[in-house]
Design a protein around this ligand. Structure first.
Ligand SMILES: Nc1ncnc2c1ncn2[C@@H]1O[C@H](COP(=O)(O)OP(=O)(O)O)[C@@H](O)[C@H]1O
Ligand SMILES: [Mg+2]
Length: 288
């Protein structure tokens, strides 16, 4: 297998620095009844960046992504995309502006083929959508449909799912379904893609493949990526910058190295005491 993305952090760090902000959250708070899922979270993501959000379960990561995609509307605060206030916009409107996403829990149509699942993802990109039926044979819509199919095939090639393109999505392995879901999300050609735990439940090989696709999407397709992921190895390896949430608050943000070295992060997220002593840890492992 091709290895994990070996992109060194030095190389990665450069790529994310140039762009203007593509997304910005300003003092976003979100409450569910008594539960405060997010408290005054502010951050911005630059064009071309691969930005990761980490934190313990229940920290508010998915809630934050939902505030970006429009599934949730912040109780207070604002979100901006390409400099535009999108706080009041529906998910569809945001998707049309160029925000794509995958879901933490798979949302494929199990009884439909892989190809059809991806076509569904692209469907509302068709400009002639509304009139497709009527105008199909009068040129425009048909040409568009052909171009559309070519792009879908390109995505299928990119994610190496040619061999299952006719298979029903519901019959695929977990790793392949996650890949199809990514295919469907990128079929919308978003400028910003939101990935909620794209490697959850995958084995090592599947994770390495997925990490490579994400890096390629970012570097070769030029998509800005905001990713939630639990696998710290992957996060640290491929992210330009990382934001850490805990109990709905931002507790750190910066380069992977800076975030890893932050004592608050070590305590809160990694569950370490203030001064981890390598010898002690090693000794403890030996005893265990
Ligand atoms: N739709 C919802 N209704 C009620 N509470 C929710 C809802 N979504 C999330 N929460 C709560 O908000 C907090 C943050 O959840 P979530 O954003 O899913 O965390 P994470 O993705 O970091 O694990 C949790 O306490 C969770 O129970
Ligand atoms: Mg989550």
């Amino acid at each position: 297998m091709s290895g994990a993305p070996v992109a060194g952090t030095d190389i990665r760090a450069g790529a994310g620095n140039a762009g203007d902000p593509i997304f910005e959250a300003r003092n976003v708070s979100l409450g569910f009844g008594g539960v405060k899922a997010l408290s005054e979270v502010s951050f911005s993501v630059r064009k071309g960046e691969l930005f990761s959000i980490i934190g313990p379960n229940g920290a508010g990561k998915t809630s934050m992504l939902n505030c970006v995609s429009g599934r949730y509307r912040p109780t207070s605060g604002k979100v901006f995309f390409q400099g535009r206030d999108i706080t009041g916009m529906t998910p569809n409107h945001r998707a049309a502006l160029g925000i794509g996403r995958t879901f933490q829990n798979l949302a494929l149509f199990g009884h439909m083929s892989v190809l059809d699942n991806i076509m569904v993802g692209r469907h509302h990109l068709l400009k002639n959508n509304f009139l497709t039926g009527a105008l199909y044979w009068f040129g425009g819509a048909r040409r568009e449909e052909l171009a559309h199919r070519r792009e879908v095939e390109e995505i299928i090639d990119f994610l190496e799912i040619q061999h299952v393109r006719k298979a029903m999505a519901g019959t695929l392995s977990y790793g392949l379904r996650k890949r199809v879901e990514l295919a469907r999300a990128i079929a919308l050609k978003p400028d910003l893609i939101l990935l909620d735990e794209p490697m959850a439940g995958m084995n090592l090989e599947e994770k390495e493949d997925m990490a490579r696709y994400i890096v390629d999407l970012n570097e070769e397709w030029g998509m800005t990526v905001v990713m939630i992921e639990h696998d710290m190895g992957v996060v640290m390896d491929i992210s330009h910058r990382v934001m850490v949430l805990e109990f709905g608050r931002k507790i750190a943000e910066g380069s992977p190295e800076a975030v890893l070295a932050d004592p608050r992060v070590r305590t809160a997220y990694l569950g370490e005491s203030d001064e981890p002593e390598p010898e002690t840890a090693a000794a403890a492992r030996e005893v265990a």
